[in-house]
Write a protein that binds this ligand. Structure first.
Ligand SMILES: Nc1ncnc2c1ncn2[C@@H]1O[C@H](COP(=O)(O)OP(=O)(O)O)[C@@H](O)[C@H]1O
Ligand SMILES: [Mg+2]
Length: 312
């Protein structure tokens, strides 16, 4: 097997916590050849996706860089799209380039799925699994939605990640209209308004799914100083298990994930309500491994290899 990881620059990786590095290391351990490239190093010529890429050999705690080469993506069995957000036009265009890999190469997650599934709207499509949500850029409509909630509400950008821009508000909040103006850039950008779930005090559960099946979870409990359950703003990670309701959520969305080639996905669940389906570059392998005593990267590689055998 030859694998190419399309990703942010290697020098910026936190090797002890990075999920992409865990996949690279497990690939090397299987004697698969591992290469990496930046999405900006992809190009298309004569209908074929190509890249300037570098071969790497990983070890337990690092990697050796080997030769750079101009490669055809068709010469790889697996291409992993692991670029971190922002999900912008550059990101979308790289998924078009990844459509040109040729019939023998499997791209994970599938470029069409990455393009068509927005992380917050994908969740909102399952209205009975998500908290009441409005997606709009109309300042008055957003304000009326918040005013109609029984207690608090959150406002968040459609394309946020890591908790960026997630604000808590409530009916009667004198800052409400101003917050909506700022987040929507005066009605020019879409945002989500959502019923606030008080169960966030008990944590935001990240459940990792491999080929549509739940494979592990970690509970992120907000710290005292910040309402958000994102680890880099002070939330702490805890071991957890899945409730029947969370298994039901996974069972409902799993077949769609599998059908669309979204092999490695992380969903966020607060109090049994689905808030997000992260498809672009989910993380959390290390935490799940630590708490559940598993090797999630092995399960992901097994699933990828099986899918490649089946489909290519
Ligand atoms: N409906 C909600 N009720 C309570 N808190 C929420 C809600 N939605 C988001 N949050 C808070 O914001 C954090 C990030 O929200 P999320 O929707 O997962 O966006 P992001 O992509 O930025 O992680 C959550 O961990 C939680 O603390
Ligand atoms: Mg989240």
């Amino acid at each position: 097997m030859r694998s190419l990881f399309v990703m942010d620059p290697l020098e910026g990786l936190d090797l002890s916590g990075d999920s992409t590095f865990a996949l690279m290391r497990a690939s090397t351990a299987r004697d698969w050849e591992v290469w990496w490239c930046h999405p900006g190093a992809l190009w298309a010529e004569a209908g074929q996706a190509r890249a300037r890429a570098q071969r790497v050999v990983t070890s337990a705690d690092g990697f050796e860089r080997h030769e750079w080469a101009e490669v055809a993506l068709a010469d790889f069995q697996l291409v992993w799209m692991r670029k971190d957000p922002p999900f912008d036009m550059g990101y979308i265009f790289s998924t078009y380039l990844l459509d040109l890999v040729g019939p023998k190469t499997l791209v994970l997650n599938a470029p069409a799925g990455l393009r068509s599934r927005n992380e917050k709207l994908f969740a909102a499509a399952y209205a009975d699994l998500t908290p009441p949500t409005l997606i709009s850029r109309d300042i008055e409509r957003l304000r009326a939605f918040v005013e109609a909630q029984p207690d608090r509400a959150v406002l968040k950008p459609w394309d946020g990640n890591g908790g960026r821009g997630v604000l808590v508000t409530r009916a009667g909040d004198p800052n409400l209209r101003s917050m909506i103006e700022v987040l929507t850039d005066e009605g020019r950008r879409y945002i989500l308004a959502q019923r606030h779930l008080p169960e966030i005090a008990d944590g935001d559960k990240r459940i990792l799914l491999v080929d549509g099946e739940p494979a592990g979870a970690v509970l992120r409990v907000p710290g005292r100083a910040d309402h958000r359950g994102n680890l880099h703003v002070g939330a702490t990670a805890h071991a957890t298990t899945l409730t029947p309701r969370e298994r039901e959520i996974c069972a409902r969305i799993g077949p769609t994930l599998r059908a669309e080639g979204l092999l490695f996905v992380g969903i966020d669940v607060i109090g049994g309500w689905l808030t997000e389906i992260n498809v672009t570059s989910p993380t959390g392998i290390h935490q799940v491994n630590r708490f559940d005593g598993v090797q999630l990267e092995e399960r992901i590689l097994d699933a990828a290899a099986a899918r490649h055998r089946r489909e290519r």
